[in-house]
Design a protein around this ligand. Sequence first.
Ligand code: PMP
Length: 304
Amino acid sequence: FADRDGLIWFDGQMVDWRDAKVHVLTHTLHYGMGVFEGVRAYHADDGAAIFRLQAHTDRLFRSAKIMNMDMPFSKEELNDAQLAAVRENGLDSAYLRPMVFYGSEGMGLRADNLKTHVIVAAWSWGAYLGQDALEKGIRIRTSSFTRHHVNIAMCKAKANGNYINSMLALSDAQRDGYDEALLLDVDGFVAEGSGENFFMVYDGVIYTPELTSALDGITRQTVMQLAKEEGYEVRVKRITRDEVYVADEAFFTGTAAEVTPIRELDGRSIGCGSRGPVTEVLQKKYFDVVHGRSEAHKQWLAYI
Ligand code: PMP
């Protein structure tokens, strides 16, 4: 991935993709203390546009604050950097990766001279779980790995080190032939996927877990708003795995996963065993909004 043409915004300047390098003693590489975002730009009717740019930048700053990392740039500069990364790479639709990390100015947990560095990379990307997954849904399994305890990792921060837990859960699920893992919290309630928030539909009502140990997903917020606008009732509550087994529908949301139906959990097919009708309505609405086809939500698009 490093050996390709393109430009990466690095500490305020565009640098050649191949030259966007750090030293092996980069602090974040050793201890995982860093924060990042996953953002997406779509081809909309009036050109390429970043979806909910401000919300992602705001979360990046909240993540940095939680981790006590000084941000050397303003929100405005970070917004501009993301727009520039898409524009200067000539992208029409893209995945963007802003990341804030400590450099190689010092080593060890007690290093007190660390500088915060920021990059924004952008590249062309298709459906995260494949086009088929968006139509037919995915097969998932409850993970044997528990989601973070709130006093062990800071779940409201999209922090680099938090993703060790996600990778353990995902690789385990994939090794056994599943598409994704469902992680439970320390009390055994549904938390989220390795990189997605969870929703289910039962008796016409949409349910999603509390955010205690899940990331405050921007797609989650978006889908909750769209669902309410469509007249659905959305309830936030603790959800058990057996509630999911008997749900009428279930789906994941995320910048990468968008709205991905879940057709099976732990060998039990969910509802009709394919994309359910409520999921389909919300998925269509979501795609209309991100592609600028919805007049009501144009303010969520930042045009390049
Ligand atoms: N949970 C986790 C653990 C994630 O990594 C993500 C992806 N950022 C999400 C949920 C979904 O968040 P968003 O909708 O903001 O992409």
